[in-house]
Design a protein around this ligand. Structure first.
Ligand SMILES: NC(=O)c1ccc[n+]([C@@H]2O[C@H](COP(=O)([O-])OP(=O)(O)OC[C@H]3O[C@@H](n4cnc5c(N)ncnc54)[C@H](OP(=O)(O)O)[C@@H]3O)[C@@H](O)[C@H]2O)c1
Length: 326
């Protein structure tokens, strides 16, 4: 098969399509003919050599895909050849074929394109884990979602609405309309406003019950300040930096705050299977009925994978960037 590979770690120019061994499904795995994959920030870090694939996973980039089942392992009972599925992957999505555990695959909602289906697994599983399992967001609560127009952010806005919680987002000004359209109640231009002051103003001093953060160090103090009593801060990335010189920790005790970090990719297969099952049970009807939707920013032919990476690294996307594999 053909797969996207790296000449060496570095910029998007290192990506090329070449021959690679077609994976063989294990007893409980399915082999999928990939029609669409999608970009994630992690792919750009892996390309630069800063986020290696976990042991046992394909070193090929790509954390999700959508396609058709091409072969099944000897013990597979959930799928047959020809079924249309999408799945989270530990790696290997940027390739003509990928393998996944049968319980990690999700049926493609009726009428959806492969491009739309490829936009779901990574960001909805990540946002579901963060909001429901880690942050325990409840109906009637309020969440601050940073990078609201990112893939994960757009999924989080929709999931908050489904839960019955309201959301405030931070995003570049040009991305506010999308966030509001998806259900956010307020959008903050973090480039021209101090987001903590804006949260304080908007909530009339009450603050938010949960913060979903990807920026880490430069936002840490202001995230603590933005939370209300019993608030939860879930940190999923370190895009802004890892070290902060001074933190006033008093709000952590005074407001009984919880600070939670997580990476989905490093979780065990059993955990990911349980998460996939929980996401399906809670959201698949909502996807079928159009209450939840994938947010596709753009579709690049996979021959243009380097351009797709450049586009993401220029922070141009609102929602997901898809790779079309034909
Ligand atoms: N821990 C986990 O399990 C997990 C799983 C999936 C993803 N993630 C992380 O979640 C984050 C979002 O992922 P994604 O794939 O959804 O991202 P994405 O679609 O590429 O969106 C990232 C957006 O973040 C905003 N941003 C704000 N400050 C930034 C900064 N300093 N550097 C870069 N971007 C900045 C930009 O939008 P504006 O123009 O609005 O600033 C940018 O478009 C990434 O950091 C990713 O690594 C974590």
């Amino acid at each position: 098969m053909k797969a996207v590979q790296l000449k060496e770690f570095g910029g998007p120019e290192q990506l090329f399509i070449g021959d690679w061994e077609t994976p063989t499904p294990k007893a409980n795995e399915i082999l999928v003919k990939v029609h669409a994959s999608a970009l994630n920030r992690a792919d750009t870090l892996q390309r630069m050599g800063r986020y290696p694939a976990p042991k046992g996973d394909s070193p090929i980039l790509g954390l999700e895909m959508a396609g058709e089942v091409a072969a099944v392992g000897s013990e597979v009972s959930l799928w047959k050849v020809g079924d249309k599925v999408c799945s989270l992957l530990g790696g290997g999505g940027y390739a003509e074929f990928a393998v996944t555990h049968e319980a990690m695959a999700l049926p493609i909602p009726s009428g959806w394109t492969f491009a739309e289906a490829a936009a779901i697994p990574e960001v909805f599983l990540t946002a579901f884990q963060a909001l429901v399992w880690l942050g325990k967001l409840q109906e009637g609560e309020r969440i601050l979602i940073h990078a609201g127009a990112s893939g994960v952010g757009t999924a989080a806005i929709q999931l908050a609405k489904l839960i019955g919680a309201s959301s405030i987002v931070t995003a570049s000004a040009g991305k506010h309309a999308l966030c509001l359209d998806l259900g956010a109640e307020h959008a903050i231009d973090y480039k021209s406003e101090d987001f903590a002051e804006a949260v304080n103003d908007h909530t009339k001093g009450k603050g938010v019950n949960m913060v979903l953060d990807f920026l880490a160090a430069p936002y840490f103090q202001r995230n603590l300040n933005s939370l209300s009593v019993d608030g939860r801060l879930v940190i999923l990335a370190l895009m802004g930096g890892i070290k902060t010189e001074e933190v006033n920790m008093a709000p952590i005790l005074r407001k009984r705050l919880q600070i939670i970090g997580s990476t989905l990719r490093s979780r065990t297969l059993d955990y990911k299977i349980a998460l996939t099952k929980a996401l399906k049970e809670r959201t698949w009807d909502a996807f079928e009925q159009g209450q939840l939707k994938p947010v596709v920013d753009s579709v690049f032919s996979w021959e243009k994978v380097a351009d797709a990476h450049r586009y993401m690294e220029a922070n141009k996307n609102k929602g997901k960037i898809i790779l079309d594999l034909g």
